[in-house]
Write a protein that binds this ligand. Structure first.
Ligand SMILES: Nc1ncnc2c1ncn2[C@@H]1O[C@H](COP(=O)(O)OP(=O)(O)OP(=O)(O)O)[C@@H](O)[C@H]1O
Ligand SMILES: [Mg+2]
Length: 166
C-alpha cells in the first residue's frame, strides 16, 4: 500500500488539477491536513479538491477570518483555517471539532495548532516551493511547488493508491 505520493506542480492550475483527483476520492469523515508556508498554495489545492467533489470552486477562499467555510459538494466540505488560533482549547471553544471526522470532508489549513490531529488517521499534505527561504534567492523558482501526500491509516493509504493510478 502507498504511504506517500509526491507530485510536482508548475502552476496554480496544476495544483488545482492534483486536488481535483483527490477530491474525486474523498468521502464523509475524511480528514485532509494542508501544510505549507503562507502562499504555498493550500487554498489553491483546496479549490481543486472542492471541484473534484462537485462543489462550486469559485466559492473557495482562505477561511482565515471566518475559521470555517462550508461548501456543498457530493458530500459537505468543511474548510478550516486554524492560523489565528493558539491551541487546542481555541479549536474546541470555536466549535470546530464537529467539522472534523463528521458528516463531511474536513480540509484543514494550519493544522499544527490542533495537536490531536497528529494522533488520528488522516491525510497530511505538505506543499513547498523549492528554493523558498534560500538567502539571496530572488524567488525565481517561480510557480513550481512540490506536493507530498502522506497517509496515516489504511483509509488514506487506499486513497493514495488510487491517486497513483490516475
Ligand atoms: N504551483 C502553484 N500552486 C499553487 N499556487 C501557486 C502556484 N504557483 C503560484 N501560485 C500562487 O501562490 C499563491 C497561493 O495562494 P494560497 O492562498 O493558495 O496559499 P495558502 O497556502 O492557502 O496561504 P495562506 O497560508 O495564506 O492561507 C496564489 O497566489 C497562487 O496563484
Ligand atoms: Mg489559505
Amino acid at each position: 500500500m502507498a504511504h506517500v505520493f509526491r507530485a510536482v506542480s508548475e502552476s496554480p492550475a496544476d495544483t488545482a488539477a492534483i486536488g481535483y483527483k483527490l477530491g474525486r476520492l474523498l468521502e464523509s469523515g475524511d480528514i485532509v491536513c494542508l501544510r505549507g508556508e503562507l502562499g504555498a498554495g493550500k487554498t489553491v489545492l483546496a479549490r481543486g479538491i472542492a471541484a473534484g467533489m462537485g462543489a462550486d470552486a469559485s466559492r473557495v477562499a482562505s477561511p482565515t477570518f471566518t475559521l470555517a467555510r462550508e461548501y456543498s459538494g457530493r458530500r459537505p466540505i468543511y474548510h478550516l483555517d486554524l492560523y489565528r488560533l493558539s491551541g487546542p482549547d481555541d479549536v474546541e471553544d470555536a466549535g470546530l471539532t464537529e467539522y472534523i471526522g463528521g458528516d463531511g470532508v474536513a480540509l484543514i489549513e494550519w493544522p499544527q495548532v490542533y495537536r490531536y490531529l497528529n494522533e488520528i488517521d488522516r491525510l497530511d499534505v505538505s506543499i513547498t516551493a523549492p528554493g523558498a527561504g534560500d538567502t539571496g534567492d530572488t524567488g525565481d523558482s517561480g510557480d513550481r511547488r512540490e506536493l507530498e501526500f502522506r497517509a496515516h491509516g489504511a483509509r488514506y493509504e487506499s486513497i493514495l493508491e488510487a491517486m497513483g493510478g490516475c
